[in-house]
Design a protein around this ligand. Structure first.
Ligand SMILES: [Cu+2]
Length: 112
């Protein structure tokens, strides 16, 4: 009885230490990247991020823009002047995107 209780306590302590070790080894939180929409252009036009990172599009023009993936995997909708929109990049790949209001305004988001 006493032995089995001690074993249970040791086992519980071992589980706790394993759990703590796992928490320390967990990958750090994703980074945040910014794409500026200004002068009817995306800057940078090509941005590479890691899956789990966050991308924020900031509209510095005096009129709305969108960030719309050509495969429609993401779409900001209209981002009004002086506003921003953010998205967590989850799926790996290379995503060409445009502003649907200004079709010549193009960008590429690469998610690794
Ligand atoms: Cu636009």
């Amino acid at each position: 009885m006493r032995t089995s209780t001690r074993r249970a306590a040791v086992f519980a302590a071992l589980l706790c230490s394993l759990h703590a070790g796992g928490a320390v080894a967990a990958s750090p939180a994703g980074k945040t990247h910014t794409v500026i929409m200004e002068g009817v252009a995306f800057a940078p036009a090509t941005l590479a991020v890691r899956a789990g990172d966050t991308v924020t599009w900031v509209n510095k023009d005096a009129f709305p823009h969108t960030a719309t993936a050509q495969d429609r995997s993401f779409d900001s909708g209209e981002i009004p002047a002086a506003r921003s929109w953010k998205m967590a990049a989850r799926k790996a790949g290379s995503f060409a995107y445009v502003c649907t209001l200004h079709p010549g305004m193009k960008g590429t988001l690469v998610v690794k």
